[in-house]
Design a protein around this ligand. Sequence first.
Ligand code: M6R
Length: 609
Amino acid sequence: MCGIVGYTGRQDAAPLLLEGLRKLEYRGYDSAGIAVENDGRLRMVKASGHIDRLEEKTHGGADLPGCCGIGHTRWATHGAPTDVNAHPHMSNDGKFAIVHNGIIENYSALREELRGKGFVFQSETDTEVIVHLLDMYYQGDLKEAVMRTAARLEGSYALGVVCADVPGTLCAIKMASPLILGVGIGENYFASDVTALVSHTKNVIYLEDGEFAELTPESITVYDVAGRPVSHSISRIVWDVEAAEKGGYDHFMLKEIMEQPRAMKAAIEPRIRSGRIVLDDFDDAFKVCFDDVHRIVITACGSAYHAGCVGRTMIEALCRTPVEVDVASELRYRDPIIDDHTLLIAVSQSGETADTIAAIREGKNRGAKVLAIVNVVGSTIAKLSDYVLYTWAGPEIAVATTKGYTTQIAVLSLLAVWMADRRGLLTPERYSELTGGILDLPERTQRAIDLNPQVAYLAERYRDNTSLFFIGRNLDYAVCLEASLKLKEISYIHSEAYAADELKHGTIALIDEGRLVVALACCEALFDKTMSNIKEVKARGAKVLAVTHEGGRRVFAEADDVLFVPVTDPLLAAIPEIVPLQLFAYYVARANGCDIDKPRNLAKSVTVE
Ligand code: M6R
C-alpha cells in the first residue's frame, strides 16, 4: 500500500528520491518523507499530503544534501496521515532511519516490550517498533542488527534502512511485500516497483522473501535468511521509461484507456500462431494437471474479480466445467470446497494483493494447483503460483485499472478456448471463429475507443447525477459490475450494478423521475429480455443510456441515448463493451473536478487485509 525507494551513489540523493516517490505515488499518496545521510548524520523531512508538499518543504530536495537516502509515500493503516505518522521513522538517538511497506502484526507486543526498555515512541504506526528494535540490537554490526530485528517481526515488510554509522550504505530486506534492487554504475537503488527505477537503470534484482541486501555505490550483496551470501541473476526491464510517463495525456487513466488496443495485442498475438492457441508460458505439466481438473475456482479482488466473472461465463460456456468465482477475502474464510482436482485461477494486475495471496495459500494447502493471471513480472502472486500467464499490459499507474482489466479478460478468453479445445469440445469451425474473434479484439477495442467524443458529450450531460444504476444480463451484468466500480472509485458518484431482471425484486423502488439507468444490451440471446427491463425503468421515469452493438438498433425505441460498440462473438463482447464506460467514468470524474489518477482513500495495490 506504500511505496519505498532508496539511493546510494555520487549524486544528491534527495531529488532522486523525490522523483522516485512521484513514480510510486500511485501506491499511496496521503503523506511522504525522505531521510538523507550526509557525513555520518541523518536528516529527515516529512509532510502530509501529496509529494508536491514534500517537494516544497525540502525545496526540491536542496535542503537535504547527501548522496545516500531513503524515501516513502504512504497509504495510512495505523494512525492518521499526519507528518508524525509519515515515514521515515528515526531512532531516539537519530542513528537509524527506516521506511517500511507492509504491516507488522505483532507490533503491540513489541511496542510494550520496547517501552519497558525506555524507548520513546513518537507515532501511532506499527512501523516505529522496527527502528527501535534496530537501535536495541545494534552493537556496531548493521547487518546483524537488521537480521535480528527481522527475526522478531511477524507480518509483511519491505524495509529500507540507513544508518549514520555506516555512511553510503543502505540495507533492504523483504517478507511478503515487493522490493526490487536497481543495479547502476557507481550507484545503486531499491524500490517497491520498477517504475521508480527504469529512468536510471533497466538492470534489476528481484529479492526473495527473507533476503537481505546491503547496497553501497559500488556493490550489492544479498544474503539469505541465515546470513549466507546468495548470488542473484540480474533481470532486464523490457519496457521503456515512456511507458511509465503520461506521454502528453492529462491523466494516466486516459493514457491507459487509449493503450488498450496495443496492450491487447501484446497479450494475444504471440499466443495465437498459425491459427492455434499456444500457451508457451505453460509446460506439458499444465496439460497433465488440467486433464485431472473437475472444478475451477477463480479468485481475485475488485476489478480482477469482475474479470473473473467474465471468465466464468466464457469457461463454463465453452469448457462445460463448473467454475466458481469468489472474492479472495471471502474465499479464504469460508472453508471452501477445494481439493486436488480443483484448479484455482488467481487474477491480479499487481500480483501483490494481500487477500488474493492468502486465498492462493489456502487453495494450495487444500491441494489445488494454482494458475495466476498477472501483469507484474516477478510479483509475489507470480512466484507463489504453479503456472503463470502474464497479461503483458505494461505498467499501469492510474489507481483505477483499465488495460489491466481488459487484458485479464483477453487472457481468460485464450484460456477458455484452450481448455475447451483440450477437452475436445470445439469443432474446427468454432475454434477458428473464436480465435479469429480474439485476434480481432485489439481492432474492436480501438473502434470502441473511437466513441470518445460521443462519450465525453454524454458524460457532460449526465455528470450531475448523484446515484445511478447499471443493468444487464449474463455477460452484460458482469460488465456492469466493472462499469459501476469505475464510476464510483474515481467520481465518488454512487452507483449500483444490477442483474437487469433482479431490479424488480425490490430495488426498482429507487427508480424515480430522471434517475439515470445505464443499460447494457450486448448479449444477443437476451436482447429482448433486457429491452423489457429497459421499458420497466422507463415507465417509472428513468433516463436510459443504452450500450449495445451495431445490430441492436431497435433499442432506439426505448433509450434516451445509445452507444453502439463494435460487434464481436457474444462471448468476447465484454472488452469492447467496457471501453466507453471506462471513458464515461473518466469524463464524469473530470467534469466534476476529481483527482482521477489518485482518488481519495485508495491506493493501487492493496497489500493489507
Ligand atoms: O492488483 P489487483 O488486480 O490484484 O488489484 C485488485 C483490486 O484492488 C483492483 O482491481 C481495484 O479494484 C482497482 N482499484 C479497480 O480499479
